[in-house]
Ligand binder design. Sequence first.
Ligand code: ADP
Ligand code: MG
Length: 453
Amino acid sequence: MHTQLWNSILSQVSRSIDAHRFETWFRPLSLLESDDPEVISVAAPNQFIADFLDQHYKPILVTTAKQLNFRLKDIVFTVGEGSNTPADVEPEIKEEPKKVAEPKSSTKTTSYSYPQLNKRYSLETFVVGPNNEFARSAALAVAEAPGKTKFNPLLIYGGVGLGKTHLLQSIGNYLVSNSPNTTVTYISSEEFYLNFIDAIKNNSTKTFTSKFRSSDVLLMDDIQFFAGKESTQEEFFYIFNTLYQNGKQIVLTSDLPPSSLRGLQDRLISRFQWGLAVDIQPPDLETRVAILKKRAEEDNLDITQDILYFIAEHVSSNIRELEGVVIRLLAFASITRSDITLELVKTVLKDSLKKEKRRVTINDIIEAVGNYYKVPVNNIREKNRRKEVAFSRQVAMYISKSITNNSLKTIGLNFGGRDHSTVIHAVSQIENLIKTDETVSRDVSYIINTLNE
Ligand code: ADP
Ligand code: MG
């Protein structure tokens, strides 16, 4: 059996494709007995996956085997269960050599594994939109002239799954191809922290940190993770200073702008602000479509334009989720052995669609308020001055202001063409009542809750 070879191939592959994809295509595979020593036989859970691997991944797998100095004629994919357990490979190779505590006097033999760049994260595959173009330009400027721009450090910040890691690693990959003499180090703050703690235990912090001090470019991901970790921050502070003083480039990412990072020492935060902080915003619809298109192309997926739009319209929170949908589509198509149709997309998206909040309109609000206070909706909309009607109208205006994005002007127009000062008055009336009158406060929250359901 080629168990060892197969596992080596898998771990190699897991480095060059993203974790999602690895989980979809490679995790479910198991190795089969093969009569020919130069042929690897692998079982896939269904025909779709077998075909897909055969068409798209076979050449990579065979090349990888060659790189591992193994002569391989072929890899055969069949449907079924292998005799052995499924591939037991971590998608991101994090495994460190076991470190044995050394006596102080011994020479340092501890070796650290530093993470590698993922080749998939390149500037070419990074889709540019209004949400990220500034960050991308800054990243490119830094990649072209590390340490020589004013952007030192460059800090890229933004929410989860918006492309920070992708952009950060793109800088590294750009340098690896365009100026191979530049020493680039990429690490996430978490890995840095974990390794640093080990290094302290083993009395080998110098060995561990020397790689960082001697880098031309240091790419440090998710620095918010350093929050509250004093000695790690201390060490990082010295590394930062050394690099900065020697004109080396530092690029950082975080989930918040530097001024909002909690639990980090002030001296670090002030250093983060020496250079440039750029944000990445959630992508707009067009950018989401462009990203999906690129993903579909990468996977040779046939998805029509209107389906791409449908997905992009309904999944807007972050790009990782958007990609997750494409992967789920693949999986579904494989189980049902069907084409990717709008129907299939709707099934796949069912859960996400339910979660995505339906946008509440002013009309919904007027209806809900009318129902609750038993006042006809037309009376709320029009110029009826009866007291309970006027009150319901004010509540409806207040809720419209609170939970929709409509301007005061638009809200006024929806209530029989009243002007914005009337809306302001209504809003402040109800605000006061909510503070002083428990019934009003309870009623209003009740109505808002029903609207959000
Ligand atoms: P973050 O680090 O901000 O949480 P990632 O960089 O891990 O986000 O991005 C999540 C996924 O979305 C990755 O697979 C990445 O390749 C993809 N992605 C993000 N932004 C873009 C973009 N502008 N173009 C193409 N793919 C993107
Ligand atoms: Mg990230």
